[in-house]
Design a protein around this ligand. Sequence first.
Ligand code: AKG
Ligand code: FE2
Length: 396
Amino acid sequence: MAEAKQKHPRLILRNFLTLFQCKELEFIHKSNSTVGYRPNVFSTTLSHLIATNSPHLVMPFVPIRESLKEKVEEFFGCEYELFVEFTGLISWCRGASIGWHSDDNRPYLKQRAFAAVCYLNSFGKDFKGGHFHFQDGEPRTIEPLAGDVVMYTADGHNIHSVDEIIGGERLTLTLWFSRDASHDEDAKLVSLLSQRLLHNNVPGPCLPLLASSNMYWFSLDQISHRQLGFDICWARLHVLGFDVYSYQDRSCDSDLSELLAMPLQLARGIELFNVEFVNILHALQVAQFYYWKASTMHTSKVQIDHGKVGVLSQSQMEKINRLKSVLSKDHQQAEMFFSCMISNESRQYMFDWADFASTVAAWEDYSSKLHEEFLRSLPYWRTHQSIFEVQSNGSF
Ligand SMILES: O=C(O)CCC(=O)C(=O)O
Ligand SMILES: [Fe+2]
């Protein structure tokens, strides 16, 4: 046992995260993800959340990062404190895989000492393929299950691979830890957070800002980029059954994607929801929040306000379709990547506009609570140049 730990230092923890934590991080990823660093991979980093005016969405990560770091330090018997080098939500869609490697296998990755991979959804239910394998030692294979974590040294003692994803979207929270303070992610994040406070051209607290449109454009073919692929935000709304309607006029097709950064509305079938969202990310967050919370809602107990939902006119439908033709060159691929594999529980609930309307307020409430928590924590983070959980009485 001790010998095995020396040869292949690794640890598997079952149910380390609660289902609530997994679902909350899934919500954050599905409403903020951008194209990732490998083919068919999407990611949400903390610096991206800060840059898109959503620093409050860093809050759900804080206690998780802290307990993961403690566990890694304890299990691997670290004499000195470790630093988090990277925190990110990473999802892999059909076709993504990685062959045998160690996580420090590039000169620019040498600072990585340990990895922690938290599975946020499950093999079989949410995706097919995607098993994790260690080349040597035990356990050899890990079947990802929501809530479980695998921790291992980033060096050659833990060469590993991940099988190709066959269908669905496999989601993880991945952290790397370093012994080197100059690679401390916290110091960089605190500095970004402080800079953001100085910006005043933001739409309001908790209202997301878009990054550059390239970050949301997925294409397998890098060369004929815009002729293929789709906009990630549009695609994620599409698989939830929504269309995007913008009443603004644009004569030229190439300008249409700019509309996503402007006020717009959501439609479903022939119905238009008469509530304005500040941009597509705002609409996407509310839509993802609805599906996260759908199982706790009581469908049709309330009547929708008269006037909140109307029937689309012919010209409104034409505008929706024109925008769609620019934002998705490949509907099939968008659906293949992001559709839930089997019966996602929330899909069993009938969509209801009255519930959706109350979600807009519930989302605001959720966001502003996190924002308050964030504002309370930030002065402590700035003083200590570190991100950690601050209790409401200021202790930690
Ligand atoms: O997602 C996993 O199970 C591991 C991913 C991995 O090996 C990596 O990102 O280096
Ligand atoms: Fe790896």
